[in-house]
Design a protein around this ligand. Sequence first.
Ligand code: ADP
Ligand code: MG
Length: 481
Amino acid sequence: MSTIAHEKYEAVIGLEVHAQLLTESKAFAPVSTEFGGAPNTQVTPLCLGHPGTLPVLNENLVRYTIRMGLATDCKIAEKSIFARKNYFYPDLPKGYQISQYETPICYDGSIHIEMEDYDKTIGLTRIHMEEDAGKSIHDQDPTDTLVDLNRAGVPLIEIVSEPDIRTPQEAYAYLIKIKQIVQYLEICDGNMEEGSLRCDANVSVRLRGQEKFGTRTELKNMNSFRNVERAIQFEIERQIELIESGGEVVQQTLLWDPNKLETRQMRTKEEAHDYRYFPEPDIPPVIVGEEMLDEVRSELPEMPDVRLERFINELKLNEEDARTLTENRQLADYYEGVLQHLDDPKAVANLVMTEVLRVLNEESIDIRQFPIGTERLAELIALKKDDKINSSAMQQIFNHMLKNGDSAMDLAEEMNLLQVSDTGFIEPIIDDVIEQNPDEVKRFQDGKKQLIGFFIGQVMQRSKGKANPQQVREIITKKLN
Ligand code: ADP
Ligand code: MG
């Protein structure tokens, strides 16, 4: 099934994305947020909801959120307040979540997405600060649900989009963009599979040309970017079929089942919570002055769109290469790190895009774990550029560099791969090749010029890769003509 089949209908989609912030301590308590600790070891009386405990706002929560707000062209509220969102759940000992309600810290922003044949700007209604709940574990004990409160109070931002998204593909692109932005800002690791990015999708359909929105459903439990796309696609189809067969969409929350690839009902609006929001009395209003704004602004890195443009316009890379290299900040930093030692954007891009990315993929590692430093890689590329080694030697040396820390030059010498441009070395080899292949020589002279490749190959082989192919080509051409 595809949305294109539905010329009659159009989907309207709004996303609510939660991003877990990389602050060292929790939102309102001085205790570590580090992932993977033994259950319930990172808790304070506040996380446990003990009476008499008081929250203290982590300043980095505010700063990180402002970073996101500035990076997405939001307005930043001079004064915003926290609110209590009341509900009962075992992983929420306080009985309420501290969030923001009427006055979010960031509002009226936008995120730009690029689709294959058009670009589009998705409006952001708001970005607000809140705390995470603990974790209920249902599958470790045969009869009981266990609760781990290490996550209780870990800071989150919620990014709420305007209902500007029209297709599952746009939703996907929007999420990937958010991931890229939070990673560039270094405020969230952006990993959806591990839950540091979470997305709820609101979906409705309407007849094309109709202004009024249809009734929406809210989809939850999609733990990968692709699942968000699939779930939305499924839900659009379901709603259209329902309407076409005379039914009506009911406002409800649906859970995506990643195994069955379908949504199922979780709760309807009638059972929906009334959170009884009210201003959090224990935390003073958050005041953001010009000074703090300037400080945060000065901490902002070059953002991906700007970097992409610069790679295309100043480094003269083609768009596809520039996109790949700027996709994540660390890779772009690495690439530019190599350029610091060797000012040849194209040559460096070529090696990074092929060999380096191949290794990252094969080993499933991050560029930060890549064993060859920027200076070392620059040295290798420079050897090739200066015609000291040829491409096959570059590849061999690269493979060795992955395993040991030797410099490219040392390896080239050790492996006997330095190219010899000395004609005294090459000429006799060329003469041999010509002498031993009279048929090919004749055909070449009769006009089959492609045979030049054959001769060069022979010479390269006999020189054990040490001849300079360009020079070999020149000499052979001269001798055969
Ligand atoms: P709630 O308070 O129930 O979460 P909001 O008004 O805050 O509702 O909206 C949540 C999300 O739903 C926003 O991203 C918004 O753009 C989106 N949304 C609102 N109405 C619709 C609709 N009719 N169809 C699709 N998405 C919608
Ligand atoms: Mg909501």
